[in-house]
Design a protein around this ligand. Sequence first.
Ligand SMILES: [Zn+2]
Length: 569
Amino acid sequence: MSYDLIVRGGTIVDGSGLPRYQADVGVKGGRVTSIGKVSGPADEVIDAEGHIVAPGFIDGHTHMDAQVFWDPLGSCSCWHGVTSVVMGNCGFSLAPCAEKDKLLVMRNLERAEDISPKAMEAGIKWSWASFPEYLDAVDRLPKGINYAAYVGHSALRTYTMGERAFSEEATPKDLAAMKRELRAAIKAGAAGFSTSRSSAHQTPDSRPVASRLATWDEVRALVGVMGNLKAGVFEIAQEDAPTPERLHNFIGRLKALALESNVPTTFGVVQFRKLPHDWRAFYQCVDDTIAAGGKMLVQGTSRWISTLLSFESTLPFDRTPVWSDLRKRPLAEQEAALCNPNLRRALLEAAREYMAQPHRSVGAEARKPDFDSLFVLDKPLPPYRSVAQIARESGKDPLDVIIDLSLEKHLKQFFIQPLVNEDQDVVLSMMRHPRSVVTFSDSGAHVSQIMDSSIQTHMLGYWVRERQALTLEQAIRKMTYDLASFWGLQGRGLLREGNFADVVIFDPEKVGPQMPTLEYDLPAGARRLKQKSDGIKATIVNGEVLMRNNEHTGALPGKLLRGPLAPSA
Ligand SMILES: [Zn+2]
């Protein structure tokens, strides 16, 4: 037998959670054809001695809908062992939408997900109106990794209701049109339907995104379409539940909908500092729903979700006039200004004034800092020191600490401002729950605010190697098989003969994120945070080596992953 590729001498962690073992992997025609002692000629051999050979990671929560048009690799996820992503989360997709209305769907994405409208304008060649046409467009694109796509509620609403989507309830006629489009999307292979009811999701003019105008009955009717078709996953960005009554009410509706529709239902759960126990109620909801015969899965992450503050990206004080004047200037000029004592005094004064006022930030926008919960990102993995701690030790004002540390690095110093999940013991409890997976990178979104495409390598470097809190087998299952099973990605997420050869090969002693950087490499020169990783020897997608030592080989083996009803699936 001859092979396209043999991965020789590695340690297999197959994604199922079963213990690791030594074996070669033979690949032919995009599939794993042999696991064991593999001999025979091969076009290519990868020496995996001392390395782990695992299924490529799957990320169930990304927003790569726009990015896929200008970045076939799916960065930054592609640098962290990810070989398949689900996009179109939280109600945001680029279809259905005709080109003439594209500014309306971009409006949904711009502030809620921090995707530059200029980058979208420059980077996307619009060639669709309906969702099936959008899927065909993605299908035709060159792709490094595999993509599955939800149809988003905000787009669906905007498509059928126009401007009214941002202000009105749907009429029976609107709802019938939405149901018709959704049915067509699922039949063409959409991964499912997503929505947002979260106040974190606003338009640039501070209005709710379109899906937030929907009644719960509208959501029920749309999820019911998937129930009738027996295909598709329902993803929801949660409703705000600031009181126990509202929490109870929302959870009750979620559970009832999952049971009445029998549609697999998934949502992110994080710990909010103000409501530190609410996350448990959602895990209880999942346990109860499954006990009653439903399907539900929590999307967790492997750490805090944080805004990365810096003079290069964003700072909380940018909205004050003195700071906004400074921050419009090139970085070198900002550096010079901070070394001018008079200017520095004026900046500190403005920052203090800002700190004394109440402010409301939306989504992942920089918040007013709490210096005890603002950390210096001086190495790729925790622990990190807080700005308050450094201020106490050095007898300095915390604002001076931020400026001085930034000056030491020519303003290229990032500070971690956790928005949620501050308590890492809670994160660990969440990860250990059998109905949660590690996903939620938000890759493709919040591109100048958040950099969570590294949650997979953080998981391997921090929780598995440094903390030894999870075994490799457990960690990998939560990033592969558990996701493939829930989303019905047949033949992926598990390293077995006959399955697609999506494989990641990494050194367990070295794997981990690198430091993030800020780059201006989006279409139209828009900026984004970028983060790569160490320790990944090769990433293989559909049997072809996509990355060698995290450098792109030139191959573009990724596919559109269509749902079960698609004629070609
Ligand atoms: Zn999202």
